[in-house]
Each structure stands twice: as structure tokens, then as C-alpha cells.
Design a protein around this ligand. Structure first.
Ligand code: SF4
Ligand code: SF4
Length: 74
């Protein structure tokens, strides 16, 4: 069975609980750019880069405090 990890970066707090809890290396850190008050900033956020490694345990979904992770059957 294959799984897909849906992630809404707009609601992510960025503390990396998902990265820490996944023992399958699905989550990595990714640099994103954003604008605030007319200036550009860079920020590291978690990203489910290696989705093919997901076993569907849903630990990341359960630990996420903002509800921005959903693990579904692909
Ligand atoms: S469901 Fe489990 S294996 Fe898949 S990304 Fe989340 S913690 Fe990792
Ligand atoms: S657990 Fe949720 S809020 Fe925390 S870093 Fe991961 S996706 Fe973002």
C-alpha cells in the first residue's frame, strides 16, 4: 500500500515535530522565501520530500499541533 503526505505549509509552526517523529526519513528541511513588510526573508520549514518511504503510521499527523498534516492512501 502506498501513502501520500499532504502538508499545508501556511499553517506550519515550523518546530519540526514531524521531522523528529518520523523514523522513515520522509520529512526533510526546505528553505522557502517569503515577503513581510516589503522585505524578503528566508525560513526553513519541514517538507515531506521522500513520500515513497512513508509507511502510513500517521505519527506525524498525530503529533502536528496545527493540523497541517494529513496522511492518506495514495
Ligand atoms: S505517516 Fe509515519 S512514515 Fe509516513 S511521514 Fe508520517 S511519521 Fe513518517
Ligand atoms: S508538526 Fe506540524 S506544525 Fe510542527 S513542524 Fe511539522 S508540519 Fe509544522
Amino acid at each position: 500500500m502506498k501513502f501520500r503526505v499532504d502538508f499545508d505549509a501556511r499553517r506550519c509552526g515550523g518546530a519540526g515535530e514531524c521531522v523528529a517523529v518520523c523514523s522513515n526519513g520522509v520529512w526533510t528541511w526546505k528553505e522557502v522565501e517569503f515577503r513581510f513588510l516589503g522585505k524578503r526573508f528566508k525560513r526553513l520549514i519541514p517538507f515531506p520530500e521522500n513520500q515513497e518511504k512513508c509507511v502510513g503510521c500517521k505519527k506525524c499527523e498525530k503529533i502536528c499541533p496545527t493540523g497541517c498534516v494529513r496522511v492518506v492512501e495514495a
